[in-house]
Design a binder for this molecule. Structure first.
Ligand code: S3P
Length: 426
């Protein structure tokens, strides 16, 4: 950490591929007969767990630094895995797999690490059971989840929460069966599954917040080039915005309108931000440059914008501490059931630097605070985004911060420290 302290960050970085898109590309590649290439994928613990699960279903997958190649016999030839489908720390793998296995009419058991075991999975089993799926959950809510083959029926489902994982599980379950499923969202969650399914030849119609899947699909392989993950880029965007004299360009970043809430926040605070080279193929992408500027304004976020930046809220709390006034986050109760309770983790850990908050069940207000350095150990709660948030905060405080379990950044951004080092001293 020491070499990251003192002074500005300058230069260009290609952050790793988007996590949500990499998971889905590997899954859709497995459901399509033939060869799918996934270029510039995220290779991290979470996405490798998805790869391992797809191999257990019968796909042949080869990985190099710059691509994942999936050779699959196609959905109809995939078989019930003999071993446990282990999903590690990945909520996306766990929840999407529940739908995918159900849709293939296979038998399987899914389980992950200690964090996954505590996250609610009934949000997926409830709609799947409405489709006539047969599942057994630990205490009716948690992993391990056992899935038994069944004959599915179409449903009309009004989403009680904004969750792309739940929505995607229902879409996956509907795909290979001759049924029609309608999903209605109150707030639009990330739409990568819908976009990718269309590209792979699936029969899906999207009318604003209503999604109709006409099942009985045969998918065909498509090569996917994964844009950089805006949720990873967010840490470097905030760093450049709060460290004087910094100027950082993040190349080829996902700008999908269901994911770009942080761009709205940077506009709201009056940041010096430019976005160039926009390419609109499958998923919109472009280069984002952030240049340090003093006296940025505070932000207020609530309602529809929350699903568009849900994973960025921990690092936005750090940003808020260096703005001129009080920033507010509301309607973000989903943070309580992420890799850890992120409202608790953000406020507990940042308060060790003297940060003051008003805490709500669904968010927090960041109060003007007298920040100070204390030599106590910080906790990541084995949550990659909390660990990276703390690294950025430590840099801003010029503090050689000690974080327990910091290697959990490998879940989504194994090169984080190397990318930070590459921006130093130019
Ligand atoms: C994800 C959806 C979001 C997000 C998660 C990834 C996805 O969760 O927080 O990191 O890839 O579908 P929800 O589905 O719970 O909103």
């Amino acid at each position: 950490m020491r070499e990251l302290l003192n002074g500005s960050f300058n230069g260009k970085v290609t952050v790793p591929g988007d996590k949500s898109i990499t998971h889905r590309a590997v899954m859709f590649g497995t459901l399509s007969k033939g060869t799918t290439h996934v270029y510039q994928p995220l290779l991290s613990e979470d996405t490798l767990d998805t790869v391992n699960c797809m191999v257990k279903l019968g796909a042949d997958i080869d990985i190099t630094d710059e691509k994942i190649t999936i050779n699959s016999p196609g959905a109809e030839s995939l078989t019930s895995p003999k071993e446990l489908l282990y999903t590690g720390n990945s909520g996306t793998t766990t929840r999407l797999l529940m739908g995918l296995i159900t849709g293939l009419n296979l038998n399987a058991t899914i389980d992950g690490d200690d964090t996954i075991k505590k996250r609610p999975m009934d949000r997926v089993s409830i709609p799947l059971e409405m489709m006539n799926a047969k599942l057994k959950l630990n205490n009716e809510r948690f992993t391990p989840v056992e899935i038994f083959e069944s004959k599915l029926e179409g449903i009309e489902y009004d989403m009680p929460i904004a969750s792309a994982q739940v929505k995607s599980a229902i879409i996956f379950a509907s795909l290979h069966n001759k049924i029609t499923t309608v999903i209605r969202e109150q707030e639009k969650s990330r739409n990568h599954t819908e976009l990718m399914l269309k590209a792979f030849g699936g029969n899906i119609e999207v009318d604003d917040t209503t999604i109709t899947v006409n099942g009985g699909n045969t998918l065909t392989p498509v090569d996917v080039t994964v844009p950089g993950d805006i949720s990873s880029a967010a840490f470097l965007m905030v760093l450049a915005a709060i460290i004087p004299d910094s100027k950082v360009t993040l190349k080829n970043i996902l700008l999908n309108e269901t994911r770009n809430g942080i761009i709205d926040v940077f506009t709201q605070i009056g940041a010096d931000m430019t976005i160039e080279n926009i390419d609109d193929s499958l998923e919109k992408r472009g280069n984002i440059t952030i240049t340090y500027k003093p006296n940025l304004k505070p932000f207020t976020i609530s309602g529809d914008i929350i699903p568009k930046l849900i994973d960025e809220i921990p690092i936005l709390a750090v940003l808020a501490l260096f703005l001129d006034g009080e920033s507010i986050v509301r309607d973000a109760e989903e943070l309580r059931v992420k890799e850890t309770d992120r409202i608790m983790a953000v406020t507990n850990e940042l308060s060790k630097y003297g940060a003051e908050f008003e805490i709500y069940e669904d968010g927090f207000k960041v109060l003007p605070s007298k920040l100070k350095i204390q030599d106590i150990e910080f906790k990541s709660y084995h949550d990659h985004r909390i660990a990276m948030m703390l690294i950025v905060m430590g840099i801003k405080m010029n503090h050689d911060i000690k974080i327990d379990n910091v290697e959990c950044i490998n879940i989504s951004y194994p090169n984080f420290i190397d990318d930070l080092k590459s921006l130093k001293g130019r």
